[in-house]
Design a protein around this ligand. Structure first.
Ligand code: SF4
Length: 447
């Protein structure tokens, strides 16, 4: 039998990955394992021997999307395995789709792989391609998400993630660093650190120490940032809460060891609303702390998310948020209109805000944010900055990102006349123009 015939007989798996970057990393792990066993992947349900749907259950709208994706896979194929956040409550799925082959919860990679084995055993093929050193990635090759922990010890009233994913479980620091180094060796130029609560990293392990590169390193936020900073690639921190020890990593940003970028989901500014949300971290003096951070690291970019129309939020609370935004000058912000998620304790709170008021507040918030962003980007015109190339169009144009832009969620730097650059290159550019969220630039003569 020829090699090709053997490859054609390899079982094929369809994968639908829904939800946040954490779920994406779970899908990548499952796919990496399956590929190493000889499975192939297909984009169409009809061609698959079995379909895995990795679900998101964060909001009711996400659950509906997950159920719709399961329904589509059942209709097109009929052999479906469900995993991810919605899998933590299997009865919601099996009630609607009793013929599902298996339902597993979030980060149960082994059970998913076992379910695939049961559905369609791996074909023995000694000629199966080697898995790339960094595993299979759903992100472009030059950047990768690095998941440092699962679960969360907080109990924010609007969130059901701890219920779905359990309490915080941090990966030992040497495991995280081993994976990070492997990714860098495989060509990754930017690591995006993710978790539910990045600054709480290691608390559950009592900051257990392990050897890494001839030194003892603690399973701890600062140690992790220092070790990642030694890898020589861009390191971006997501989902950081403003605990006091976050101050310790700002000097690493000022020194250029890790990117001067913090993604902190502040969610609100009114102490009353924050209390009702039961948000973690010291939210009392955030304006002073932001100022102190910017004094140490003037290039710091802050990204955040906010909820408008939380139960009990008055016009006064909302105006407090807008004033805070003006003072804090958060560089990048997204807002969500409060959603009354099934199972979230905030459902029981008094003072639910009518939808039209939420919409009106959302629009006012986004207009303030647009103005802040526009002003900040206008101020960059004429500056020379470093960017990472994401994509080229083959005609000299390229999409790039500055150190202040995370992929997918922030703005872009759009380059002209950038012949010769390729994805993953870091080059110097001169900013020529700006709109509300993007910059326009050309290669700098220093490049
Ligand atoms: S910190 Fe709050 S919002 Fe974030 S995952 Fe934990 S409970 Fe949910």
């Amino acid at each position: 039998m020829s090699i090709n015939t053997k490859k054609l007989s390899s079982p094929k798996v369809g994968v639908v990955s829904l939800g946040c970057p954490k779920a994406l990393v779970d899908s990548e792990r499952i796919m990496t394992q399956l590929r190493s066993e000889g499975y192939q992947f297909t984009d169409t349900h009809q061609n698959a021997d079995v379909v895995i749907v990795n679900t998101c259950g964060f909001l009711d709208s996400a659950k509906e999307e997950s159920l719709a994706s399961i329904g589509q896979a059942m209709k097109d194929n009929g052999r479906v395995i469900v995993t991810g956040c919605m899998g933590a409550e299997p009865e919601q799925i099996t009630a609607k789709y009793p013929n599902i082959l298996a339902v597993t919860g979030p980060h149960q990679y082994e059970q998913v792989v076992e379910a695939v084995h049961d559905a369609v055993p791996p074909a023995h093929d000694p000629f199966v391609d080697l898995v790339p050193e960094g595993g299979l990635k759903l992100t472009p090759r030059h950047y990768a998400y690095l998941k440092i922990s699962e679960g969360c010890n907080n109990r924010c009233t609007f969130c059901i993630i701890p219920h779905l994913r359990g309490d915080l479980v941090s990966r030992p620091i040497h495991h995280v660093m081993f994976e990070a180094e492997k990714l860098v060796n495989a060509g990754v130029k930017e690591l995006l650190v993710i978790s539910q609560d990045t600054s709480a990293y290691g608390i559950d392990t009592k900051y257990a120490e392990y050897p890494w590169k001839g030194a003892r390193r603690k399973t701890k936020f600062l140690d992790l940032c220092e070790a990642l900073g030694d890898l020589g690639v861009w390191v971006r921190l997501h989902y950081v809460y403003p605990y006091p020890h976050v101050d310790e990593v700002i000097p690493l940003m000022a020194e250029g060891k890790i990117l001067p970028y913090l993604d902190i989901p502040f969610q609100h500014a009114s102490p009353k609303v924050l209390k009702a949300m039961r948000r973690p971290g010291n939210q009392e003096k955030t304006l002073e702390r932001i100022k102190a951070w910017r004094d140490i690291c003037p290039d710091l970019t802050l990204r955040s998310t906010f909820i408008v129309g939380f139960p009990g939020e008055t016009e006064e609370d909302f105006e407090e948020l807008l004033e805070w935004m003006q003072e804090a000058q958060i560089d990048r912000a997204g807002a969500f209109k409060y959603e009354n998620v099934e199972g979230a304790p905030s459902r029981e709170l008094d003072g639910h805000v009518p939808e039209e008021v939420k919409q009106e507040r959302y629009e006012r918030f986004m207009e303030i944010q647009r103005q802040i962003s526009e002003d900040k980007l206008q101020a960059k015109i004429g500056q020379t900055i470093s960017v990472m190339i994401d994509e080229t169009d083959g005609e000299g144009g390229a999409d790039a990102r500055s150190m202040g832009d995370a992929p997918e969620i922030d703005g872009k730097v759009l380059l002209r006349d950038a012949q010769g650059v390729k994805a993953g290159d870091v080059v110097k550019v001169t900013v020529e123009d700006a709109d509300d969220y993007d910059l326009y630039a050309c290669l700098s003569s220093d490049t």
